[in-house]
Write a protein that binds this ligand. Sequence first.
Ligand code: LLP
Length: 435
Amino acid sequence: MWSSNVWVGNELSISGISATDLAKEFGTPAFIMDEADFRARAINWNSALAQGFGENAGSVYYAAKAFICTEVARWINEIGIGIDVCTGGELAVALAGGIDPAKIELHGNNKSLSEIEKAVSVGVATIVIDSLQEIDRVATVATAQGKVQRVLLRLTPGIEAHTHESIATAHEDVKFGFSIASGAAWKAIEEVKNHSSLELRGFHAHIGSQILDTDSFEISAERLIRLLARFRDEFGVELPELDLGGGYGIHYLPGDEELSPSVVMSALVSAVTSNCSLHNLSIPRISIEPGRAIVGPTMLTLYEVGTVKDVTLENGDNRRYISVDGGMSENIRPALYAAEYTAVLANRTSNAAPISTRIVGKHCETGDILIRDIAIASDIAPGDLLATPATGAYGRSMASNYNHVPRPPVIAIKDGKARVIVRRETEADLLGLDI
Ligand code: LLP
């Protein structure tokens, strides 16, 4: 839940810097990122893949959508893993951070022509194709640039992943990829083979996000490998790559489990090796795309408490509302997916009895709830600080300017030093786009 250098004691601190000092220096709300923890997580996933698959280990492609900025792209570059980008904007940040295009994979269910042109011209490793029309688009762009583009086909293996319906992606009724069951995948394979400017390297599947059991990943691998075998039977050659996507769940609440790299990898290795041997296939190059599992636990959000209000409910009970200085603009996940978070008092300890409390933001909506019900010290007052763990994935990256609230900064801490890696927006930024 908390990143490895967070200490929750008398006062919460990260790598020795107290929440109070951080709030004083950088203001609130702020995303506080534990850089060493980020690096360690990225390295762990990479080593687990390398150990699990040995010479058949492909790449860890960090899923930029979870969180990216130029500085984090530089870390990715230093660590030496790859990156998955799904828009021209994410591609631009990856390039600005110095990531070698040969380590970039381009995703997206509706890539624009200019996004495809840019990706082909800088020489991204792979484009993951999502539709029949896109096969033509990528082929045309590659031909025009005199290149042969390596591609994977995104497939939907027909899995109902155990997660929120908005973040499950591999059942039949979705906008992503080509369904294996309906025959769309096979049609796409035949279509790709008609284009000499495309080199089909293999298949990709991403079954969903925040998944906490390994079964669905194993079934997905099994179905992709069955299709690799059909390809070999039909065309007499084996495709060399499989990208098994991301989606590994993390813990948000005390007592939650997370899917560790070693647990994931032992499931993937056993599913891949047993299915390849069943079909007498050599083991392809295996890649994965964790986003949340790398960045999620590395950040916390620091808030200042504003208003504290007690509301009498119809049944006579009391509900305490604590309003913080952020809300659904920097954490939309509770409103969008009923995601649950916890929070702690970060600037002091309290012996006051905990009472049932709702933590809400400052936006003009009843649904602007960060934590629906938490037992927290009854003496929390305006000016106190609250910290919410595990906000690194899809927090800042999905932040909006709703109600013209400037988006918070990201502060990276390493070896006891804090620095801004994404600055806080200002009112000037908000006005800057208006003509
Ligand atoms: N690969 C592809 C093709 C993806 O679409 C995604 C996430 C990932 C990898 C990384 O998944 P992760 O390891 O981070 O679970 N906004 C939602 C999550 C949407 C995920 C979209 N795709 C949330 O806040 O839960």
